[in-house]
Design a binder for this molecule. Sequence first.
Ligand code: NAD
Ligand code: ZN
Length: 422
Amino acid sequence: MLFPGSAGATRLAWESPHLVYMYLQSSLAPRLHINSWTLFLATTMATAGKVIKCKAAVAWEPNKPVVIEEIEVAPPQANEVRIKIVATSVCHTDLYHLFESMHKDGFPTVLGHEGAGIVESVGPGVTEFQPGDKVIPLFLSQCKECHLCKNPRTNQCEVAWTRINQAIMAGVESRFTCKGKRVLQFMGTSTFSEYTVINQMAVAKIDPAAPLDKVCLLGCGICTGYGAAVNTAKVEPGSTCAVFGLGAVGLAAVMGCKAAGAKRIIAVDVNPDKFEKAKVFGATDFVNPKDHDKPIHEVLTKMTNGGVDYSLECVGNVQVMRSALESSAQGWGVSVIVGWTDLHDIVIRPAHLISGRTWKGSMFGGFKSKDGVSKMVKDYLDKKLKVDEFISQNMTLDQANDAIELMKNCKCIRAVMSVSPP
Ligand code: NAD
Ligand code: ZN
């Protein structure tokens, strides 16, 4: 077999992808100079239109370890994109599904919604993406055509409500099967898999220079917390803020408060190990509710002479949501719910709102997802945004259960797992 160099190899990749693919798998491959694009193209051309068998971490049942399985990933259908996932991390929302809500109809599923990868192939009607594009999957779509997408006051998308079944936290459709069973795509994304298929409305194209093992974190936690401060709370310069919960979401909220010019940022967490990290992102004060006999809102009200201007709940606990509201200043305080739960109601006194506080919620930091993620990646590359500092461990997909345990035991900020080589 004669390969005439990279230009010829590119032509051959188009004309006879299987031949090139077989060649690249053989021992002759290292002897030839083929640029990485040609290599990717050849691999892609060999798999496009076919079912891909690959590795994924399948959650067969609630409250059980995930199992590394071989799954089948169908080719993308109309308006869909098949993505090779390069890196992903665990967010508390994955844990919520596996250990807290435990909705039996939400299994088997492949978890993961904070990832980044490379487009492998596209279905009919896709014009925005092509094989080789670097992308971030989105759990919130941006169709750009519905009345919500066209309204600058919200990041909700009407299509998202029909794509994702909120009760079972999964896409209505799935392109995954394993051992003859249909496997759900958690949040429509499923990034704990070497390949996934997603509608183009829920994929953000990002700068080709972006390191995927870092910017994967912009698929959820960092955009969520940062945007909650900047877009939803609309923190003003010189203000006082309190952030409850110092996981990646809360730390990103601290970073957002700082970027917006807050002069005092009180970080609240029951785990004192988190305080050093919070300083890195701009926290000025630390409060551990366990160190106080009084309710935490009384402690904060005293510390700030009447309450904070902005409070952000980044835990997902209804008692903490109430405390955050009560910690905000009577008259003008704004409190934002960021933490996720759908298991309990919240009890509050109407007087807390009547006396001038505003209570808000924030999904994905209020960012219109496609536009926001591309911009946040650019801000990271321009060194306007911290991302690397959120990474506490680097692991592989085979260690998914270890990564989940670290998160469950509050021993990490974000554990990034490498999934497929780029
Ligand atoms: P995490 O588990 O890494 O962090 C949670 C933090 O809260 C931990 O540091 C923990 O010690 C702290 N905490 C627990 N109980 C507390 C209490 N009573 N008072 C103060 N702190 C307390 O989680 P994460 O990945 O940062 O996610 C945080 C929340 O945000 C979760 O509920 C997650 O589901 C939610 N979330 C929401 C969105 C959204 O779009 N709204 C997106 C992503 C995540
Ligand atoms: Zn998340």
